[in-house]
Write a protein of this length. Sequence first.
Length: 190
Amino acid sequence: MSVERVVVGISGASGAALGARIVERLAALPAIETHLVVSDAARRTLDLECPPGTLARLTGLAHRHHPVGDVGASIASGSFPVRGMIVAPCSMQTLSAIATGRTDTLLTRAADVQLKERRRLVLLARETPLHLGHLRNMVAVTEMGAIVTPPVPAFYHCPRSVEEIVDHIAARAIDLLALPHAPLAKSWEG
Ligand SMILES: Cc1cc2nc3c(=O)[nH]c(=O)nc-3n(C[C@H](O)[C@H](O)[C@H](O)COP(=O)(O)O)c2cc1C
């Protein structure tokens, strides 16, 4: 199995645990190289919403942790082959930047690269309720090829904890990258 590179961006919407779980899940898969980029606002949500030391743990699990200001990092270039990118959670600010091609941080530049190279870009857009501008940005990124998958819980697998809900959403997001691993999320058998 050849090594697959995956970029994980964590932006400053609520639900930092989703990004954390995705990094953990990817670290447990064989032949996956995870490149992590965390926005400044996400540093704050990770601090507020996750156990102490979470960011340090994630940077240890990822193959590379790129500073969000480093627009010269490998993942800022389309010539650096990656399978795709997940932004989890994706704030409305980051969604808007992606929708309008604003690439002034490494996170939004890396997302833009996925679109221009016609690679998978999976956005766990998190806000509620949504105004028309949010919805229009979701339409725009979908038209450009991104997959918008808001972190909406499924209840058909009868989750017993928040952790199980987070884990299921994380597994579904990774499955959307179509990596050469079996689906991670438990599938509905009818
Ligand atoms: C605790 C907390 C929760 C937030 N939740 C959301 C959210 O769910 N959705 C959102 O779009 N912004 C949310 N924000 C606001 C974003 O962090 C803010 O718009 C920030 O500028 C986003 O920057 P980024 O996209 O570069 O990460 C939240 C902020 C904080 C401090």
